[in-house]
Design a protein around this ligand. Sequence first.
Ligand SMILES: NC(=O)c1ccc[n+]([C@@H]2O[C@H](COP(=O)([O-])OP(=O)(O)OC[C@H]3O[C@@H](n4cnc5c(N)ncnc54)[C@H](OP(=O)(O)O)[C@@H]3O)[C@@H](O)[C@H]2O)c1
Length: 243
Amino acid sequence: MTQQKIVLITGANKGIGYATARTIGRAGHVVLVGARDRERGTKAAAELAAEGLDARFVRLDVTDLATVEAAAAFVDREFGRLDILVNNAAISRDQHRGPSEMPVADLREVYETNVLGVVAVINAMLPLLRRSAAGRIANVSSGLGTVAFLTDPAPELRQYATLLGYNSSKAALNAVTLMYAAELRDTPIKVNAVSPGFCATDLNGHRGVLSADEGGAHIARQVTMDLPPTGVFLSELGGSHPW
Ligand SMILES: NC(=O)c1ccc[n+]([C@@H]2O[C@H](COP(=O)([O-])OP(=O)(O)OC[C@H]3O[C@@H](n4cnc5c(N)ncnc54)[C@H](OP(=O)(O)O)[C@@H]3O)[C@@H](O)[C@H]2O)c1
């Protein structure tokens, strides 16, 4: 195994985040299972630990700055550094309503988690990532948030082109990714958007075509790759997505 990494994954108690934690843990790295709910997070970390993985629960609600800062203090105390941050936690509130039907309050809730939450976690963890020899920030994004998709959606995916909250929050996340990549360009820290593919999870009523395990394996591969680029949207198929 290459050098053991300290890896924090937000929203890792289920779905793609959990599967990512398991794949990375099986590769011998320390996985910090970020979860907003103590019970769900403890259970997920215990399941991984029962497999023999070095998995620890870290309470982290990305919309609650006190928990974000406490999580950073915990990582600092226990490990003194962070090697890989996977910003995976996200929500959707669209329920297949069109943009004109989506209440601003719901939109705000989505942005609090999918955009502002990511910024809060990156800012809190950055001092720890700077102490890594090869820090990585991976923002789990979606092709649905790319300008390429929104401009010209494939016919079979057109039904997903009007998800105002989810898609525009991922578009904002893509922009956030590029800006951190630019700010950190002269450091060892690489900042990318990553893609799990269309996976069957609670987020989409299990309509995806891949399993969460397959999506997690894609994310794990993208975030642990040697010599990654920076400021790109890595594709689950290899190579990169257009923005
Ligand atoms: N599924 C897909 O096809 C697909 C495709 C492209 C990208 N993605 C992205 O993949 C990531 C994971 O999605 P998923 O499909 O695995 O969804 P999911 O099964 O709904 O899991 C979402 C996770 O995020 C957590 N979460 C939500 N709000 C949070 C908060 N405020 N603080 C901390 N954790 C929070 C949830 O915790 P609770 O259990 O407490 O709710 C859960 O652990 C998301 O970024 C999503 O946009 C998914």
